[in-house]
Design a protein around this ligand. Structure first.
Ligand SMILES: Nc1ncnc2c1ncn2[C@@H]1O[C@H](COP(=O)(O)OP(=O)(O)OP(=O)(O)O)[C@@H](O)[C@H]1O
Ligand SMILES: [Mg+2]
Length: 204
């Protein structure tokens, strides 16, 4: 039974000069516990698909049906960390916004920071981190609110291959252990994250 159903999704961006058909005729179902990787070349509309799934962009046409009580967590392309907030405060942001920040949720974030080797950096600012560390902070921020579905946009592009292997194993374990589902997009067909995806959708 799918927890997310997408049918004939379409997105046209309207700029002053022209219309851009970013996504057309895209359909798929996501089942509970499933990990889907969407792969396609740069500019084919992958990020736009994820933005429509988390309501950051309106769709132009098609259907998105999400099962009741399913909570979506989005890790944007690039890391979009807030430079004026410390690592810990960046990770707690979603919990603050959802009014879910308490001792238990903070403990969970501290546990994730430790697991990802960032516990010595909780009071550092993003500008003092490497690209890979920033991506891990961004992942923790996404996981902090315990979403049922993770939307990961080129999540580990700044990590070296070895680290990506390790992180993809971690993400796989988290998804399995916490019974999460995930949709990852990437343009890189050699992305080690493919090892953990059950379904690979080629888009364009
Ligand atoms: N806010 C926007 N306004 C106008 N056009 C946009 C906007 N965002 C994206 N586009 C256009 O829509 C198309 C798809 O963009 P999108 O960012 O979804 O591609 P992508 O597959 O994620 O690319 P990449 O692999 O480089 O991240 C591109 O032609 C892009 O120029
Ligand atoms: Mg993109």
């Amino acid at each position: 039974m799918p927890i997310l159903k997408i049918k004939d999704l379409k997105k046209i961006y309207h700029t002053k000069k022209r219309e851009i058909l970013a996504v057309d005729n895209f359909s798929f179902d996501l089942n509970s516990g499933e990990f889907i990787a969407i792969v396609g070349p740069s500019g084919c509309g992958k990020s736009t698909i994820l933005k429509m799934l988390c309501n950051l962009e309106d769709k132009s046409n098609g259907e998105i049906n999400i099962e009741d009580n399913i909570h979506i967590g989005y890790m944007p392309q690039g890391d979009s960390l807030f430079e004026w907030r410390t690592v810990l405060k960046n990770c707690l942001l979603g919990l603050e916004i959802n009014h879910n920040l308490n001792e238990e949720s903070k403990k969970y974030v501290m546990h994730l920071l430790k697991t990802y080797g960032l516990d010595d950096f909780i009071n550092a600012y993003p500008s003092n981190l490497s690209g890979g560390m920033r991506q891990r902070v961004s992942l923790i921020r996404t996981l902090a609110t315990k979403p049922d579905i993770l939307l990961l946009d080129e999540p580990f592009s700044a990590l070296d291959y070895q680290t990506r292997l390790a992180v993809s194993d971690d993400v796989y374990k988290i998804i399995k252990k916490e019974k999460k589902s995930a949709i990852m997009v990437t343009h890189d067909i050699s992305d080690p994250m493919f090892r953990i995806s059950m379904t690979v959708l080629k888009y364009k």
